[in-house]
Design a protein around this ligand. Structure first.
Ligand code: NAD
Ligand code: ZN
Ligand code: ZN
Length: 368
C-alpha cells in the first residue's frame, strides 16, 4: 500500500515527508494505522547524525499510538480495531529475560531491530526497488506501520491517543523508574534531577508510590512549575550547589531515592552524591553521550549508596503499559500538561525546532 511518511534521507537535513510503500504484515506481524505520535529526543538525535548506530534512509518515530488494521495468520493477542501503543522495547514473554521478573530487556528481536529490520531480517518499508529501513522497530512518523505482535501494547480504547502515545517512551520511562526500578517506598524522600518528560514521569511515579517529599531539580522555572503539578513538594534550581542544599534539607544524610533524567554525566554524579548513606538508591535514566563516563567516589558505595540503571522504566511493555494507561484513565496521572503542541506529519521538522528551543514538553503529531 501507499502511505505518507517522514523519511530521514541525509543526516543533519530536515526529514522529507513523502509517499512510500508499505508491504503487508508477515505471519507474526500487525498493520497499525497511526493516530498520534510524540516527537522525542531520540528521533532528533538520530536525525542529527550524532548517533553512531544511526542509518538512512529510514522512517523515524517511536512514540506511536494507533489502531490495528490487519494481522498476520499467527497473531493472537491483538485484532483489527484494537487500540495499541508501539513498543521499541518489546516483550516476547518467552526469552530468558522476559520470564524473569528482574528485567524488561527482551532479547527476542534486538539484533535485527538495531539494524533497522523486522525480525525476519527484511523491511516492509520501501519505495520502488529501494528498501527503507525501520527505526527502533517502530517507524511511527508515518500514516501506517507494520510491527511484530510482541512490540504492541493493547490499551483501553477510551484512552485518547494524543496522550496514550506518550506512554510509548518518556512517560513510562519516568513512571517506571520510580515504580519498578526504584520501587519507591511510602513516606520516603525523593529527588528528581531533570523535569522533562522522563523526570516529570518520575515525579508522578514517586507520588503514586506515596513518597512524602519529592524534590525536583531543574534549570528552568517553567519546567519546575510543571513538576509541582505532578506532585513535587520542593523545587530547586540545578547547578553546582544543589547537592549541598539537598544534604542540608535532609538532616545531612541525603535522599532515600534519587533519579537522574537529564543525560548529563555531571548531574548523574550529583544524583549519586545526593543519595542517602546506608540505603540511598540512585536511578539513572538519562542517556549520556558516546564515550562519557560517570565519576563516583567508591566510598559513597561502601557506605551504602547504590546505583541502578533503568531502560524504559523497567516496564515490560505489553503487561505494563496498559496498566499505566489505566492509572491515567482512573485520574491518577495528569497527562494533558505534557502535550504542549499538536502538529501535523508535514510539520514534523517544526516538532524538532520546538524541542531544540525547549518549548514545551512534547509535540504530538496527529494523523487524520
Ligand atoms: N532510559 C530510557 O529508557 C530513556 C527513555 C527516554 C529518554 N531517556 C533519556 O532521558 C533523558 C531525559 O529525557 P527527556 O525527554 O525528559 O529530556 P528533556 O531534555 O526534555 O529534559 C531534560 C531536563 O533536564 C534539565 N537539566 C539540564 N541540565 C540540568 C542540570 N544541570 N540540573 C538539573 N536539570 C537539568 C533540562 O532543563 C530539562 O528540563 C534524556 O537523556 C533521554 O535521552 C531515557
Ligand atoms: Zn523516546
Ligand atoms: Zn523476550
Amino acid at each position: 500500500m501507499k502511505m505518507r511518511a517522514a523519511v530521514l534521507e541525509q543526516f543533519g537535513e530536515p526529514l522529507v515527508v513523502q509517499e512510500v510503500d508499505l508491504r503487508d504484515p508477515g505471519p507474526d506481524e500487525v498493520l497499525v494505522r497511526l493516530v498520534a505520535c510524540g516527537v522525542c529526543h531520540t528521533d532528533m538525535y538520530t536525525a542529527s547524525g550524532v548517533d553512531p548506530s544511526g542509518y538512512a534512509p529510514t522512517v523515524l518515530g517511536h512514540e506511536g499510538g494507533g489502531v490495528v488494521e490487519k494481522v498476520g495468520d499467527k497473531v493472537s493477542s491483538v485484532a483489527p480495531g484494537d487500540h495499541v501503543v508501539t513498543l521499541f522495547s518489546p516483550q516476547c514473554r518467552e526469552c530468558v529475560h522476559c520470564v524473569d521478573e528482574r528485567t524488561n530487556l527482551c532479547m527476542a528481536i534486538r539484533e535485527q531491530q538495531g539494524k533497522g529490520y523486522l525480525p525476519d531480517g527484511t523491511t516492509r518499508l520501501h519505495r520502488g526497488d529501494e528498501d527503507i529501513r525501520h527505526f527502533m522497530g517502530t517507524s511511527t512518523f508515518a500514516e501506517y506501520t507494520v510491527m511484530p505482535e510482541i512490540a504492541l501494547a493493547k490499551v483501553d480504547p477510551e484512552a485518547p491517543m494524543d496522550g496514550a502515545c506518550l506512554f510509548a517512551c518518556g512517560l513510562s520511562t519516568g513512571l517506571g523508574a520510580a515504580m519498578n526500578t526504584a520501587k519507591v517506598r511510602e513516606g520516603s524522600t525523593c529527588v528528581i534531577f531533570g523535569a522533562g518528560m522522563v523526570g516529570l514521569g518520575a515525579v508522578a511515579g514517586a507520588r503514586l508510590q506515596g513518597a512524602e517529599r519529592i524534590i525536583c531539580v531543574d534549570l528552568s522555572p517553567e519546567r519546575l512549575e510543571l513538576a509541582k503539578g505532578q506532585g513535587a513538594t520542593d523545587l530547586f534550581e540545578g547547578g553546582p550547589g544543589v547537592v549541598d542544599r539537598i544534604l542540608e534539607e535532609t538532616g545531612g544524610f541525603g535522599a532515600d531515592y534519587t533519579f537522574e533524567a537529564t543525560g548529563n554525566v555531571k548531574v548523574m554524579q550529583q544524583a549519586v552524591e545526593a543519595a542517602r548513606m546506608a540505603w540511598g538508591l540512585c536511578t539513572v535514566a538519562g542517556v549520556a553521550g558516546k564515550g562519557e563516563t560517570l565519576d563516583v567516589v567508591p566510598r559513597l558505595l561502601i557506605t551504602g549508596r547504590r546505583i541502578a540503571g533503568s531502560s524504559f522504566g523497567g516496564v515490560k511493555g505489553r503487561d505494563g503499559v496498559p496498566k499505566l494507561v489505566d492509572l491515567w484513565m482512573e485520574g491518577k496521572i495528569d497527562v494533558d500538561p505534557f502535550i504542549s503542541h499538536k502538529i501535523t506529519l508535514d510539520e514534523v521538522n517544526k516538532g524538532f525546532e520546538l524541542m531544540e528551543a525547549q518549548d514545551g514538553i512534547r509535540s504530538v503529531i496527529e494523523f487524520n
